[in-house]
Design a protein around this ligand. Sequence first.
Ligand code: NZQ
Ligand code: ZN
Length: 389
Amino acid sequence: MRDFEFENSTKVIFGRGCVRKHLPEFLSHYGKRVLLSYGGGSIKKNGIYDEVTEILTSSGKEITEFSGIMPNPTYAKVMEGAELAHNNNIDLILAVGGGSVMDCSKAVSLAARYNGDAWNDFWRHQGTVDFTPIPVCIVVTASGTGSEVNGEGVITNEETKEKLGRDYHACNAKLSLMDPVYTFSLPKRQMISGGFDSLSHMMEIYFGAPDEPNVSDDLNEALMRGVIRDLRASIKDPEDYTARSNLMWESTMAENRIIKMGKSTDFECHMMEHQLGAYTNCNHGEGLSVLHPVYYRHIYKDGLNKFCQFAEHVWEISPDGKTKEQLALSGIDALADFIREIGMPTTLHEIGIDESCDLKKIADSCEINRGGYRELTHAEILDIFRECL
Ligand code: NZQ
Ligand code: ZN
């Protein structure tokens, strides 16, 4: 293992009925003024809005609503929320939603208490948070991103066409409430997209040094096998509580920093997907499902041993009679087969991106990840995009 420091200050309460059981006690420790942030209205259809507002009202809170947070939240939306929070002297942000609502709310908590250019100082560059952001509590309604247990807010700046996320420990939520039943109303397509996003996080953490045995990769392999099993079961029966609760916790385990310890990581696929998203607003998990197999076929020779391990330990492929290259490629083929099996897109066309997009411009805008087995060039990113068409 490489040297590391581990810290995660978010308290998690997980399980059926946890919001009603635990939110009132948590609220009693904070002031009266609550910013209730949520998305496009799914929580009004599935009853979560009524439940949460009833708890807030009976706890004596004054609610300021911040609604309409869109998938792939924009910096303009963050600034709208920051102004609302600042003008109403908000004591606590209660974020009720999926990754987009969680990310936007954490970004608001930071921007509301900062007078400078927040985009430049905290997103474009890694900044230092030497002040206290507004405390955030999260009620998770869609799992996949792991945003409930990290300090990251992935935000799209529509003016500059950048989609960037940085992880600030000061932005970790104080409490995340995770009731798997709250995710049952997710459309199937979004449930699958979230599950694949988790698998993607696991793979991107896995495909990096060290190659010798280490706790992070051991845990990661178990999580990857788990998310594959639980996605299959959740597709068969979306209300399978065991599968959905596993899926929810697997997504958290991928991004609560534990399996990153002692590791170098390769988030190049995320960098590429984020820029595709910045230009086209594509769905995050679906962008990843298109890119992953093609990206891995580009780089596997540089991390041959780990790709062989992936084939054997995650997809349970026998090495018998195969060269190392054949074994590594059979693991990538198994990933591609799985993507097709769960009905995710495999081409950019399927997610609305075609030759009319300026793929070169998008490729040139991608950050180059330095933690993987090989650094890509912008020309190779363009090749990957073209192969994905
Ligand atoms: O907006 P509403 O009406 O609530 O509908 C949402 C949205 O349309 C809907 N939804 C959420 N919970 C639901 C529900 N519909 C019915 N029932 C429920 N219980 O689902 C749709 C998608 O929601 P969104 O929050 O956008 O999805 P997801 O959780 O996949 O989040 C994606 C965002 O997170 C970022 C992505 O880039 C993207 O912007 N990420 C954040 C990360 C982090 N903070 O660590 C890491 C990730 O890699 C990722 O980049
Ligand atoms: Zn992701």
